[in-house]
Design a protein around this ligand. Structure first.
Ligand code: SAJ
Length: 429
């Protein structure tokens, strides 16, 4: 069976299935098709399926102009009918792995995908889990489902973990040119997946087990969370010492070796960095080990919205103004610059804290037209001189490139810049 699959990779007759057609799955579908494979995309959302079937992309990083010809040629198709999973030779699972309300891993989407596979999995199939998850998921959740069907992993069916490394909106690092880590359950699993993925990605990075591959992704994103937490702690330290944290970081960043620049901000947003480390922390709690760096970083990062709201309150106090009743204009609500994604955005926490203290909060974000704060809908206001002048304090929470910082500097009576956006543009008051 191994040889058959290697041969089907070589002549591109292997048919790929991708479960989950979001910001990870749809770019993967396109790259698989461009490599010469036929691809059947699976998604539970019929609207997504219908749009893809009409050659229309719902993902910013996948222009419809790239997708449409692949659909028209029959190389790419999409379906919500998961009973067709038996029709494909390879299944890449690209479904969400969020956190539950209690900050525990929510692998329900992975389990749903695995359950869909159960009735259709057959000899000769290859299953690749791509969703970021805790170490052991592939072996503990997916392997039993395959073995329950009496299939031997490594000879009848093949199973691997290969973490997605998609960075939405990144103009340089795309699905194809970002090195792809692969960890197989057995050496033959690894060999088969390397053969199948070889024509798709510029570089493959084989590792010795799915656990190693699962941990690679968690290390990458925990590394960021911990270093962002350190930068944020430096902001608190410098504030207490009356030192300019941005000056300190800029000067430290001149060190040509042994240092990597991270910057303080309003907190930690996004659907990866605040989430992924908790998958590792959760797993280790089950093994009676406390992942202190992960926990401390999460603590410091989640403290930052309150830290910056205190800075607003102190700034208003300089004008003998209480927060209550003061007009505060918040600039930027997405979780990082130049995108429209507000998931876990700390700017929303800043707004919530200001509202709780009775401030009259308005926001402007060129990418986000409205937000919902505990049932209260706030709409983005136009960024005008009048709007800036009318604010008793302006807070820059997301430093979008397109914001008119000159207008802000010229008209803001008081300013709290959580991203050092003005000084970076030589506009610091
Ligand atoms: N942030 C800081 N200071 C920093 C860097 C980031 O406060 O020095 C904040 C951001 O504003 C944001 C959050 O942290 O709120 C996360 O930022 P991020 O730059 O890590 O962006 P993400 O969440 O889009 O992370 C993704 C990740 N990609 C994948 O998981 C495949 C991450 O691994 C990438 O390194 C990151 O993009 C990237 O480099 O853009």
């Amino acid at each position: 069976m191994e040889q058959t699959l290697v041969a089907k990779a070589a002549d591109r007759t292997a048919v790929f299935g991708v479960i989950g057609l979001g910001y990870v799955g749809l770019p993967l579908v396109v790259e698989l098709a461009r490599a010469g494979y036929r691809v059947l995309g699976f998604d539970v959302n019929q609207r997504v399926v219908d749009r893809i079937q009409s050659g229309e992309s719902h993902i910013l990083d996948v222009p419809s102009a790239d997708l449409a010809p692949l659909v028209a040629s029959g190389r790419v198709a999409a379906t919500a009918d998961l009973s067709r999973l038996g029709d494909v030779d390879v299944v890449s699972i690209c479904v969400p792995t969020p956190l539950s309300k209690t900050k525990d891993p929510d692998v329900s989407y992975v389990m749903a995908a695995a359950q869909s596979l159960s009735p259709t999995v057959r000899q000769g199939q290859v299953i690749i889990l791509e969703s970021t998850t805790y170490p052991g998921t592939t072996r503990e959740l997916l392997l039993p489902i395959l073995e329950k069907r009496g299939l031997k992993v490594g000879s009848d069916v093949f199973l691997a973990f290969s973490p997605e490394r998609v960075d939405p909106g990144n103009p340089t690092w795309r699905t194809k040119n970002t090195p792809k880590v692969v960890g197989g359950l057995t050496p033959s699993c690894l060999k088969v997946v390397l053969a199948l993925y070889g024509p798709v990605f510029d570089r493959l990075v084989p590792v010795s087990s799915p656990e190693a591959a699962e941990l690679v992704k968690l290390l990458e994103n925990t590394f960021r969370s911990v270093n962002i937490g350190l930068a944020n702690e430096m902001a608190i330290v410098c504030d207490k010492l009356g030192v300019d944290v941005w000056e300190v970081i800029e000067a430290a960043a001149t060190k040509p070796f042994g240092f990597m620049k991270f910057t303080p901000g309003p907190g930690l947003g996004g659907h990866c960095i605040p989430i992924d480390p908790h998958y590792l922390a959760w797993k280790m709690r089950g093994l009676n080990y406390k992942t202190r760096f992960i926990d401390v970083a999460a603590e410091v990062n989640s403290e930052m919205p309150a830290f910056w709201v205190r800075k607003v309150s102190e700034r208003l106090n300089e004008d003998a103004r209480p927060v209550r009743g003061s007009r505060v204009l918040v600039l930027g609500v997405s979780y990082k610059p130049d995108i429209d994604d507000v998931r876990e955005s700390p700017a929303l926490d800043v707004i919530k804290l200001l509202l709780v203290q009775g401030a009259d909060v308005r926001f402007h974000d060129p990418f986000v037209s409205e937000i919902n704060e505990d049932g209260r809908v706030l709409r983005s206001v136009p960024l005008t001189a009048a709007e800036v002048k009318a604010a008793h304090c302006v807070v820059i929470t997301t430093n979008h490139s397109s914001l008119d910082y000159g207008l802000v500097r010229a008209n803001a009576a008081a300013l709290v810049d959580t991203r050092n956006a003005l000084r970076e543009r030589g506009l610091r008051k």
